[in-house]
Write a protein that binds this ligand. Sequence first.
Ligand code: AMP
Ligand code: MG
Length: 428
Amino acid sequence: MNAPRPPLKSLDDALAELLGYATPLNGIEQVTTFDGDGRVLAQDVVSALHVPPQDNSSMDGYAVRCADVSASGVLLPVSQRIAAGASGQPLQAGTVARIFTGAPIPVGADAVIMQEDCEPVGDAQPEQGELGTVRIKSVPQVGQWIRRAGEDVTRGAVVLAQGQRLTPASLGLAASIGMSTLPVVRRPRVALFSTGDELVMPGDVAPEYMPPGAIYNSNRFFLRVLLQRLGCEVTDYGIVPDQRDATLDALREASLQHDLILTSGGVSVGEEDHIKPAVQQLGELDLWQIAIKPGKPFAYGKIFKGAAPAAGAREACHFTGLPGNPVSSFVTFLLLVRPFLLKLQGVTQTAPVAMPVPAHFAWPRADKRREFLRVRRNAAGGLDLFPNQSSGVLTSAVWGDGVVDNPPGRTIAQGDVVQFISFAELMG
Ligand code: AMP
Ligand code: MG
């Protein structure tokens, strides 16, 4: 007799519950700014200076007082030369300063004229210290070609906020205010287990010798890398042996040294495997049926670390179990485990951004569950659908560059605007 099926949980409810369990890790470490990519800031980063520090030129040319150039064709002597890295003298009225990109604007100058609009007159020899005279062929506007002090960052501003994930551009910005190291949240430690007696590792058995019923372990490869991209330190336990005691030992040991144990396979209703009873014996386990497609089954639980203390809460390691079908595993990781791991690291904004894009396909059969259809953007500004949406067809996730988030009970007609979430958004 089958046990009664638990009611389906909506993805939003499942996510809210899961995020409720994700108490941010404590533990700050300093990393060099070079090594910060993908890490999460543990504190605000405040600028101690303006960037740029002074008004400076955004062109090679001549710094002028606009009052001296009321008409095109004016001739003015060059009174100084200011290269990037140098600092000039106040600009004497009735003269111009030769200036280069990035060099500070001299006091008194209020515009830069690009050198293409100027013509040196006579045959001054700059290498002999002669500065000469120039004809100015355009009438400047006050402020032109000047980058203002503090235009990028003002002194005292929060340049990067606690809970923000560092990107290549944010590392550059941190460097621009003089940060050689950054305070980041420690990496989550994650233990990865694959389950299933049918699984074989690539390299262990050549394709032509695969026994009937055997398949290669593909989930292990994308899960490990997805975890690493999220800044996790991964211990990969490989395929768990199909023995009760070995499973208990592995889970017990992993729970002591990790924040999360992540498994794939063996969470389907009614399935026999050793992970579920072992987690139940060492802690707690909830099996969820989430109303999404692909990816219905999902497990959340915890494994208590060591013996129970006399008083207070027991320390626990989180447990999440993904379905075994590769696309289900992939999608539930991105929709549930990813935000969970981001929240553990203190990220405040974990929801991926969806954008409206017209469907260049029809999806005539509505499903009771919320669907995540693998699609690809086309050059005409629409979305094409991968023809086989089965949860075992991993090719769909390679061909596609994102998913359509299709609400329950909704059909899609050609040209309908749908919600597209790119894999770049979900995997960055
Ligand atoms: P399960 O969730 O364990 O019932 O597995 C569902 C399907 O996914 C079965 O066809 C499994 O063979 C397949 N599967 C489970 N784990 C993996 C894996 N690590 N790599 C590839 N396929 C898997
Ligand atoms: Mg299985």
